[in-house]
Design a protein around this ligand. Sequence first.
Ligand code: KIV
Ligand code: ZN
Length: 520
Amino acid sequence: MTTQAQGKDRVFIFDTTLRDGEQCPGATMTLEEKLQVAELLDEMGVDIIEAGFPIASNGDFEAVSLIAQRVKNAVVAGLARANFKDIDRAAEAVKHAKRPRVHTFISTSPVHMKWKLQLEPEKVHDLVIAQVTRARNHVEDVEWSAEDGTRTEHDFLCRCVESAIKAGATTINIPDTVGYTAPEEYFALIKMLRERVPNSDKAIFSVHCHNDLGMAVANSLAGVAAGARQIECTVNGIGERAGNAALEELVMAIKTRNDIFPYETGVESTMLMRASKLVSAVTSFPVQYNKAIVGRNAFAHESGIHQDGMLKHTQTYEIMTPESVGVKQTSLVMGKHSGRNAFRDKLKQLGYELGANEFEDAFLRFKDLADRKKHVYDEDIEALVDEEIATAQNRIRVVALTVIAGTMGPQSATLTLDIDGVHRTVQSTGNGPVDATFNAIHKLIPHEAKLALYQVHAVTEGTDAQAEVSVRLEDPEDGRSVTARAADPDTLVASAKAYIAALNKLAAKGAGRIHATAAE
Ligand code: KIV
Ligand code: ZN
C-alpha cells in the first residue's frame, strides 16, 4: 500500500465493526448480516475490513472465511492472540482473500502483563517475535498490536515495536484499549515511537482508540497528525464498553476540515448514512438522535434563528451538506395506490437493493402499511426494509396476534406463529398486554434466555406512527446477548416480532436453549 495519493497523504481506514464492534454486548450479527455489512464496507471504499476473530468459534471462522471470499477490493483481516493455534486459524480463515492480513496482538502494559497474562516482560517480548514470525510464515501482510499500548512503559513499547517490525510486521497498531489517553498525550506517544524506534519507517503506524472518555475520534486524529496512517474504527462507533472511534466522524472530519487534517481517505462519504442504517438494523442498536453525522437530528435546524439563517444562506449553520453523507430530505412518499415500480424507485433512492423474494415481501408489507397508515414516510419504508433484511432467514415468524387489554385484567394474548412452515396457536394471560404476548411466545417457544432490554420508540410523528421495538435477550449459559428490532403501527405486534427476531438470532447461534415446538 502506498500512503501518498494526489499530493495528499492517504490515511487507511481499517473497519472493525465486525470484530471489535460485534464484540460488545447485544451486537451479535448472523452470518448473512455480517456478509451484508462487509460487502457494503467494501463498496464504500474501506481499505481494511477486520472480519472477526476466527478462533473464537466455528461461526466466527466461517464468517471470516466467507467474507474473505466475497470481498472484492479491501484487505480482509482476521484477529489472533499471541499463540500459534490462534494465528494458524486466522491465517486459514483469510487465506482465500484477494488481500489477506493476519492481525495478532499481545498486552504490553504492566497491569495487563502482571494480572491478565501473568507473564514477565521478557516472556512477552519473546512472544511478540514468535507471534509475528508465525504470522509472516502464512501471509505477507501482518499487523501487530500492543494491547493497552497507551498504558505501556515507553522503553518496553519501543523494544516490542522494533522487534515486531524486525520479525516482519508491516503495520504496528498502538491501541488505547481502555479509552484512557487524550489527544496531546497520544500525539506525543506516536511521535516518540516513530522517532525512537530505529526501523519505524518500515511499517505503517495505526491508531485504535476506545471512547470511554469521549475522545476516541480526537485521539485518532491526533495520532494521525503524529504520523500514523491507519485508523481503526467502527460504523456508528459501536464496540466494547463506550465503543470505538466512529468511522463516519473520522471520514467527515478529514473531509470537512481538510485545511487542518490534510489527508485523504478512500471512503465514499455519500454512503455513510446507508452504512450507519445497515449496522443499526442488523445489531438493533439505535443511533442516538444527536449523534454526529448520522444522527436523526444531525442536520435538523429547529430554532427560529437557525432556520432564518439557513433560509438566507445554508452555510450560516451548515458545515457540510446532508447530501455529502447520504442524507436525503424527508419526503412524503407513496400511498396505497403506489405500485411496484414506484416502490422499487424509492428503495433505490434510499440505497437499498433487495433480492426478488425480499423485494416481494417488502412490497406486500408496504401495501399493508399503506392501508393502515395515512402518510407513509421514508423513515417508515426504511424501518420496514431494515426489518425485512434482518428477518429474511428467520425460522420463526409471527402470523397473527390478538390482544385483549384494558382495565379489566387479566390481559390476554392469542398468538399464531409459523415455526419452520407449521402454524401453531396458543393463548396466554399476563400482567399487562406485553407480558401476555411474551408469555404466549414462551409457551410456543420454550427457552431459557432472559429478557435484558425492552424499548419502544415512534418511527415518525403522530398517533398512527409505527412503533419500533428493541428486544435484547441474554443467554444465561454464556452471558452473551442478542438484540433485535421490529416495527409495526401496532406496538404489541412490533413487540412480538422483535422478541421473535431475537429468538431467531439466538437459535441461529445455537444458544439460549430454544425449543421450537412446531414438530411436537
Ligand atoms: O482495543 C484493543 O486493544 C483491541 C486490540 C485487540 C487491537 O481491540
Ligand atoms: Zn479495541
